[in-house]
Design a protein around this ligand. Structure first.
Ligand code: ZN
Ligand code: MG
Length: 376
C-alpha cells in the first residue's frame, strides 16, 4: 500500500528518446482561439470538475458489470478522450496529471502548479477566485495529496506535505473537505496552520469522529473540514463522507457569489485500489464516486446553468475484465502496480459540454474550462 506514494520515475534513455520524439509539442498554449471557434456560445455559471484518480475505461467497465450492467456514465451525452502523458514520461503521475487540468501545462512527474522548467502557472481555482467566483475542493485523500494540491500549490516535490500545506495559506479557496490535518498542525517548523487559517478568516472543523451531515455550514466565512489526521479510510473500512460532503459543498457554494462557483471533487482512492491490485477496492471506491457524480448531475440538471465534467488523471494497474467474467462476478487481471499510459475518457454535461467531444491533450481540458468560465 505504499506503492502509490512513489510517484516519481526515472525514465530510461530509450523512454526519454521516445518522449523527445513524441512529447515535444506538449506545452499547451494558444488553444483558446480554437475553443472559441468551436463553441456554440453557451457558457455555464458554475463548473463541477470531478476527477476519479486512476479511473480508466477498464475500471468504469468493471464497476458497471459489478453493478448489474448500470453506470452513471450513461447519463452523459458528450464524451471524449484525453492523452494523459506528462512532460517527462508517457506514464503520468497524479501531480503532473492534475497540473495539466489545473494550469494547462504538461510538467514533469512530481511537480505541482509549475511547468517542467519550474515556472509557476496560475491555477484555474486561483483564476476563479480572482474573478470573484466561489471555489471548493472536496477529496477522499489528504488535502496535501497531489490532486488537490495542484489547485493551490506551486512546488517541485509532491511529497513535501508540510510545504504544500503552507501554500494553502495563500489560497482563498472558500471550502475544502479532506484529510491530512497532521501536515497542518504537527509540523517540523512548529507552526499551527489551522490557527493561521482561522486567523485568516476560515472556520476549520475536525470531523474525524463526526458525521458531516450534522455540521452547520451556514457561515459567511471560508470553511474547511479535516476528515482524517492523515489519509481517510477506504470505503470498505467505513469512510462514508464523500456523498454528503459533495451535497453540502454544492449547496454551500451555490448563491455564494453572483459570479458562480468552481469546485474540484476527487474520488482519490480508486487509484490506491489499482496500486494494490485489489479489484474490490477499485470497484467499491468507484461505486461511491459514481454516487458523487450523480449528486453533481442532479444539482446541474436542476440548476440548468452548471457544467459537469468527469475524467481521470490516468489509469492505474493495467486493469482488465478477463474471460470467465459474468454479470456481477468479474474475473480481473492487472498488468502493473503502477499507472499506465492509456487514453482517458472525459464525460461532460451542461452548457459547453459539446466542447469536450473528440480526442485532445489533457492540458486542453484547462483551456476549454478557462474559455467557458471567461477567465483571464
Ligand atoms: Zn497513483
Ligand atoms: Mg489523486
Amino acid at each position: 500500500m505504499q506503492q502509490w506514494a512513489k510517484g516519481v520515475y526515472v525514465p530510461s534513455i530509450i523512454f526519454l528518446l521516445l518522449c523527445i520524439s513524441s512529447c515535444s509539442t506538449s506545452y499547451g498554449t494558444g488553444k483558446t482561439n480554437t475553443v472559441q471557434n468551436e463553441t456554440t456560445g453557451a457558457k455555464p455559471k458554475n463548473v463541477i470538475f470531478l476527477i476519479g484518480d486512476g479511473m480508466g475505461l477498464p475500471q468504469i467497465t468493471g464497476a458497471m458489470y459489478m453493478n448489474n450492467n448500470k453506470t452513471v456514465f450513461e447519463r452523459f451525452k458528450n464524451i471524449g478522450f484525453h492523452k494523459s502523458y506528462s512532460a517527462d514520461n508517457l506514464v503520468t503521475d497524479s501531480a503532473a496529471g492534475a497540473t495539466a487540468f489545473a494550469s494547462g501545462v504538461k510538467t514533469d512527474n512530481g511537480y505541482l502548479g509549475m511547468d517542467a522548467h519550474k515556472k509557476s502557472f496560475p491555477t484555474i481555482l486561483e483564476m476563479a477566485e480572482t474573478k470573484g467566483m466561489a471555489t471548493g475542493l472536496v477529496v477522499t485523500c489528504s488535502m496535501t495529496h497531489a490532486t488537490p494540491a495542484a489547485y493551490y500549490a506551486h512546488i517541485d516535490g509532491r511529497t513535501d506535505k508540510e510545504g504544500i500545506a503552507l501554500q494553502m495559506l495563500n489560497s482563498n479557496v472558500d471550502l475544502f473537505i479532506g484529510g491530512g490535518e497532521n501536515a497542518f498542525i504537527h509540523r517540523t517548523d512548529g507552526r499551527d496552520l489551522v490557527k493561521e487559517l482561522t486567523d485568516k478568516g476560515y472556520v476549520i472543523n475536525d470531523i474525524t469522529h463526526l458525521p458531516i451531515e450534522d455540521l452547520d455550514m451556514g457561515t459567511k466565512k471560508n470553511i474547511g473540514f479535516f476528515t482524517a489526521d492523515d489519509e481517510p479510510l477506504p470505503v470498505t473500512e467505513g469512510r462514508n463522507y464523500a456523498i454528503p460532503a459533495a451535497d453540502k459543498a454544492l449547496r454551500f457554494l451555490d448563491n455564494r457569489s453572483p459570479e458562480g462557483f468552481f469546485i474540484m471533487i476527487e474520488g482519490s482512492q480508486i487509484d490506491w485500489g489499482g496500486h494494490a491490485n485489489d479489484a474490490n477496492y477499485v470497484v467499491t471506491e468507484l461505486h461511491e464516486f459514481e454516487k458523487v457524480i450523480a449528486e453533481a448531475l442532479d444539482f446541474a440538471e436542476k440548476d440548468g446553468n452548471t457544467l459537469v465534467i468527469v475524467t481521470a488523471d490516468h489509469e492505474t494497474g493495467g486493469f482488465a475484465v478477463n474471460p470467465g467474467s459474468k454479470l456481477n462476478h468479474i474475473d480481473v487481471a492487472f498488468t502493473t502496480k503502477e499507472h499506465t499510459a492509456m487514453m482517458i475518457p472525459v464525460f461532460a454535461s451542461g452548457p459547453g459540454a459539446e466542447l469536450f467531444r473528440g480526442i485532445y491533450e489533457n492540458t486542453d481540458i484547462f483551456f476549454k474550462m478557462k474559455s467557458l468560465m471567461s477567465l483571464e
